[in-house]
Design a protein around this ligand. Structure first.
Ligand SMILES: *[C@@H]1O[C@H](CO)[C@@H](O)[C@H](O)[C@H]1NC(C)=O
Ligand SMILES: *[C@@H]1O[C@H](CO)[C@@H](O)[C@H](O)[C@H]1NC(C)=O
Ligand SMILES: *[C@@H]1O[C@H](CO)[C@@H](O)[C@H](O)[C@H]1NC(C)=O
Ligand SMILES: *[C@@H]1O[C@H](CO)[C@@H](O)[C@H](O)[C@H]1NC(C)=O
Length: 219
């Protein structure tokens, strides 16, 4: 028994060294760009129980992001509970709706069933590709999210407490998930990786809707 104990002690004393050496050679992965690239598109499973007035606060949107041309669009699908569509543009909850932030700095909100469109009186702007880097996001280890090996980072959001972001561990740092506490609930993006594409989105998707010149009414 005495022999075994000392062998165990030797093993334990060697263990930290063995574990420490790979860590000291590679520093934690730095926070990536939003979505892993300056221009990309993806389908997203979205959940926003803090905002959506619908019983099921989940829906899908297609997202096109172009930080080089300063344009971003959300194509919200059925069961849409997006606050910009509902509270800013006053469209009925559930209806598909597009929210375009154009390179002219304005946000155009289109109700898909009627084709109606209005300009947001609020300035929303678009997400900066460096926001994780600029907010000093810290590495929070690896995880398996939606069946994908992921790196995780966390940072303090400007309004919503802790923001969490997960990417693939591959060099492209493809987006896996983003979640934050919002109005006491978890607001969450789950990226559908099969649909993720890097590169300039078709410029047509960022075209300002024809005849969209009126501001949304403020009640
Ligand atoms: C990030 O860190 C830098 C350098 O310490 C600091 O100047 C900056 O204010 C920090 N930004 C945030 C959002 O905490
Ligand atoms: C980091 O990850 C752990 C484990 O998943 C989680 O419990 C913790 O809340 C995360 N930290 C932050 C700051 O989000
Ligand atoms: C997205 O939602 C669909 C439909 O609910 C589901 O089948 C799929 O697994 C989800 N994917 C991710 C990555 O959350
Ligand atoms: C920016 O948009 C214009 C037209 O909308 C397009 O022709 C151009 O290729 C885009 N630039 C980049 C870098 O994607």
């Amino acid at each position: 028994m005495k022999f075994r104990q000392s062998l165990l002690a030797v093993t334990l004393s060697l263990l930290p060294l063995t574990l420490a050496s790979p860590q000291s050679q590679s520093s934690p992965p730095p926070p990536p760009l939003w979505g892993g690239a300056l221009q990309w598109s993806s389908l997203v499973n979205f959940s926003d129980p803090g905002d959506s007035p619908l019983p099921d606060p989940t829906w899908q949107f297609t997202y096109h992001y172009d930080s080089i041309n300063s344009s971003e669009i959300y194509l919200h699908g059925p069961n849409n509970g997006d606050m910009v569509c509902i509270n800013t543009a006053h469209y009925p909850p559930g209806d598909p709706c597009n929210v375009l932030t154009s390179s002219d700095g304005r946000t155009y909100i289109t109700h898909i069933p009627s084709g109606e469109c209005c300009i947001s009186p609020h300035h929303y702007g678009m997400l900066n590709p460096d926001w994780l880097i600029n907010s000093n996001a810290t590495y929070n280890g690896t995880d398996n999210i939606n069946g994908v090996d992921s790196y995780e980072w966390a940072c303090m959001g400007s309004v919503n407490g802790i923001n969490n972001y997960a990417s693939t561990t591959s060099e492209g740092r493809e987006p896996v998930a983003f979640w934050e506490e919002h109005k006491g609930a978890e607001k969450r993006w789950d990226f559908i990786l099969d649909s993720y594409v890097v590169g300039a989105p078709d410029p047509g998707v960022f075209e300002v809707p024809e005849g969209c010149v009126k501001y949304c009414p403020i009640f």
